[in-house]
Ligand binder design. Sequence first.
Ligand code: HEC
Length: 243
Amino acid sequence: MPEAHRKLERNAIGFVLAIIGVSAIGGLVEIAPLFTIHETVETAKDMRVYTPLEVAGRNIYIREGCYACHSQMIRTLRDEVERYGPYSLAVESKYDHPMLWGSKRTGPDLARLGNKYSDAWHVAHLINPRHVVPQSVMPRYGWLMRNEVRIDDAGQHLAALRVVGVPYTDEMIANATKDAYGQANPDSDQAAGVTQRYGEATNVRTFDGEPGRLTEMDALVAYLQVLGHLTDAAYKQTSSAKE
Ligand code: HEC
């Protein structure tokens, strides 16, 4: 074998051809799965878009760098599925621009976080994680409760997302600021439009526990509570797999 290799190395053209051959195999292995991408990426008819308040919350999540410690992607490995729930499907991040799969887990994965805790738990945890998890190393985010969330530009955020393929309607864009306010103020006149435009299952409530003022806490908690619940596709898939 070493002898054959020595010969090959001394034959420039032969060596070049061998390199091309070997890298072509590598290329094929990477490219071939893409030929079947339409069959691999599932569709989900019930998939809904983020509401304007959830988009604002997502932007705060990005601004604060939560993705540096938290992933949003459950792998198909058994230990992950047992700990976090059904593994993530590609369709679930269809409207995520940019995607927030993350690459590091200092804290747990958040892909199935929605409905796991109460809003009050999230508020207490974000103000000071040590209030609810004494050994936590997560930083505090107390200012989220003090900062008013900016929603006057909510329509522009939706319009920008529409450019990259998220199916926001003109009506959703025109009413974005109103809907952002309504979602966190269930007793206001603006609340009804939210469920009408985004579906009955949309959470409409006072996320930060204080009605009236719309804080960054409202937006971030609204976003956290919908993680993993924009579609039921992943839950259906695992239940049918078990049958
Ligand atoms: C320095 C790393 C770090 C950063 C940054 C960070 N976290 Fe955490 N997070 C953790 C750790 C560690 C835990 C586990 C202990 C705990 O529950 O506090 C955790 C837990 C959590 C949990 C509970 C998850 C569960 O299933 O129990 C949530 C929700 C959460 N973080 C949200 C956030 C949000 C939102 C941000 C950004 C505003 C953020 N984290 C930023 C490290 C971090």
